[in-house]
Structures are given as structure tokens and as C-alpha cells.
Design a protein around this ligand. Sequence first.
Ligand code: CMC
Length: 431
Amino acid sequence: MTKPTAKLEIGGQDQNHEFEILKGSVGPDVINIASLYKDTGMFTYDPGFTSTASCESKITYIDGDEGILLHRGYPIEQLAEHGDFLETCYLLLYGELPTKAQKEDFDYRVTHHTMVHEQMTRFFTGFRRDAHPMAVMCGVVGAMSAFYHDSTDISDPHQRMVASLRMIAKMPTIAAMAFKYHIGQPFVYPRNELGYAANFLHMCFAVPCEEYKVNPVLARAMERIFILHADHEQNASTSTVRLAGSSGANPFACIAAGIACLWGPAHGGANEAALNMLDEIGTVDRIPEFIDRAKDKDDPFRLMGFGHRVYKNYDPRAKIMQKTCHEVLGELGIKDDPQLDIAIELERIALTDEYFIEKKLYPNIDFYSGITLKALGFPTTMFTVLFALARTVGWIAQWKEMIEDPKQKIGRPRQLYTGADQRDYVPIAKR
Ligand code: CMC
């Protein structure tokens, strides 16, 4: 059978080029244009990579039109309903769900890597107390490469796995330390008898002067929030991690780059921005005013927590997040939450409004995560930190996949240059 190809005609009939079409297991085919420049002397132009597959991957699949998210083939709904976060981590890293013995071994290895080098605590005191915890995360995670030299040789598979486990294990400890430093409380060490999410809640909310018991319903909700954020194929921060890693940079430095990218309000910073927006709206009767602003081309305001580059349907994670949000508020006995009332009404109006229907703008994961995290006791400044904590496994799994791909090359996009042509230097006195 002849392989399918795509034909490109440049300048009438003079130049015809043929490119192979690659088939994925599911999802759109891709045109392999790797030889385009060699064959034609031209580049493709695709700002924001809206039509560009930057790599081949077996980890995560999204069908944006249908609102489907699969990790290694498993639907996110099933993983969030039946499993725990470390099971999803294992799946993302190794490609298969673990057996009971594999799961116990993995949990043990992660749990026994949760402490950070004691000297790292001094790093925190170098930051201003009012620093944004994401600024602290970028710095401290980047600094891990200065502490764990024995896992920075990326050519050694064993070191790659040790670095991966260290990062998954230590990220909650570092995130909790950033939180404690932010609120002026002493750091709380990890506790090995607790599960991943329960341990994180303990490190965040326990204080040395009294006993702190982790509420299992809230720990389960935290676990689910982590699962929902674990990976999302080639989003901006993951692509950043891959690009940083493509030069051979060590994994800790690459994850720090991912954290920096995630911080932006169009990406992970949207959960913080969504809650701030609900605050700004203030009361249900003001919603129409904000809907009008979101539709106004001359107003930069956007409904935070709405819209997605890939999902042109309900974000499947948003549905689970909404359910989790109600569970958390129910468990905490929060009956009247003005922000939740505004969110529910805003969602109702947006889903029936012509502008949002036509542009296929649905609530994304960040819409309900802010309300849930606030109810769990986190200030808005911590929201993106929690996203970074959970996304670390996705970043590291994608980084490992890239390093282990024999076709891997340094990432080096080209450009459409529209600046000045070559010209001669003019001495300052003559300008
Ligand atoms: N409110 C109002 N209008 C919007 C919104 C919004 N939230 N999002 C997109 N639009 C409009 C936009 O103005 C554009 O209109 P037109 O075609 O008339 O110019 C159209 O919808 C398409 O938007 P776009 O900006 O070209 O789409 P994009 O794929 O480049 O951007 C996005 C995707 C997520 C950055 C954008 O929808 C947005 O800014 N949303 C708000 C921020 C947010 O919630 N981000 C979280 C994303 S999910 C979690 C994550 O990935 O971290």
C-alpha cells in the first residue's frame, strides 16, 4: 500500500514537493515537514504553535472537541474516581498502571525522598516574606540542582529516575515550606505514615504547638486536585520543560523553567486570577456588566477560567473539579459561599450566551479550583504553586520521554525576520 502524502505546490507548477503523512494511534494525522527547509528554502509560520506538533508522545491524549483527556489511554474521570495521585504518577512515568507490589514499592520510594536537604531551609530566609510563593518556587526548585549532584547526569537512566522520584517527592515539601515562610510559621517536616496529599496538608496546616489531624475527605479532595493537574500534553509549561531539556540541561533546572512559564495568568496563574475576578464581581447582579466587558473587543478583560486552546467543549477536568468543590464545601459546612454563587451563575449565563457558544468558550479547570483551594485553607497566592506541584510529574514524564527518544534534537525554532536589512554603523556624533 502506498503511504499517504501531502503535496505542496509553490509558485504555480514550477515546484512540487511531497511530504509523508504520519498517523497517530488516535487524533489528527500530521504532515512531516522536517525536510521542508532543505527541500524548499522556506520555513512554516505558526505563532503560538496552533497547527504544529512539536514532538511524538505516548503519554497524554486530548480530544478538545469531545472534551476527552486520557493518560496512557485511561480517562481522567476513571483515574480521579478510583485511583490516588501516586498511581497516576506511576502511570505517567512507566506507561502502565502498577501492580499492588509495584505500587507499594513506588509509594515507599517517593515517601522516603520527601525530606529536603536541611541546608535548603536557609534558602527561604533569603527571600522577602511578602515574595510571591511562585517566585520562591522558581528559585528553590532551580537550586535543587545545587544540592542533588548525584542525579543530574541525564545520560544515566538510573540518575534520571532518581531525579524524577526526588522531584515528585520533594515538591510538596518545598511548596509547603514556601507557604509556611509566606505566612510566617515554622516549617513542618514530612510524615511518612501519611499519604501524599494528606502529608502535604499536614506540612501546610500543622503547627508545632498542637495536634493536627488530617481530614480524610479533604485529603481525598486534594489527591483528586493533584490527579486533575498531573499532565496535559504539550501545553506551554511542558513545552518549556522540553525545550529547556533539549539542550541537555539538568532536570531540576528544566522544571524550574516550567514553573516560571506556568506562573502566567493565561496558563497556571488563571486559578488565582479567576478567584480575584469573582471577588471583583462581588455580587451576582454585577455579572452582566462583566459578561459585557468580556465581549467588548476594546476591553482587555477576559472571563478567567473560561476558554482553552485545545478544549472546544467542557474541560473534563472542570466537571470533576466542580463536584470536588461541592464535596469540600459540604464537608466544611460552608453553605453560603458568595464566590460559589457568583461562579454558578456566571457559568450558567456564559453557557447560554451567544458570544461564548459561538467561540466555544467553556469553563476550564481553573474556574472551580480556586474556590475549592480557598475552602481548603490556601490563600490565592498559593493556587499556582499547587498546580506546579501536581504538574511536576507530567513535566518530568515528558522530559524523560524526550531524553529517551532517539530522534531527540535540540529545539531551535526559526523566524520570519521583518527587521532592518544589513546597514552600516553610524558614529554617535552623526546620528
Ligand atoms: N473571555 C472572553 N473572551 C475570550 C476568552 C475569555 N476567557 N477566551 C478567549 N476569548 C475569545 C478571544 O477574545 C478570541 O476572540 P476573537 O476570535 O474574536 O479574537 C477567541 O475567544 C479565541 O481566543 P484566543 O485568545 O485566540 O484563544 P487562545 O487559544 O489563544 O487562548 C486561552 C486560550 C486559555 C489563553 C484564553 O481562552 C484565555 O485567555 N482564557 C482565560 C485565561 C484562562 O482561563 N486560562 C486557563 C487555561 S486552562 C489551564 C491552563 O492551561 O493552565
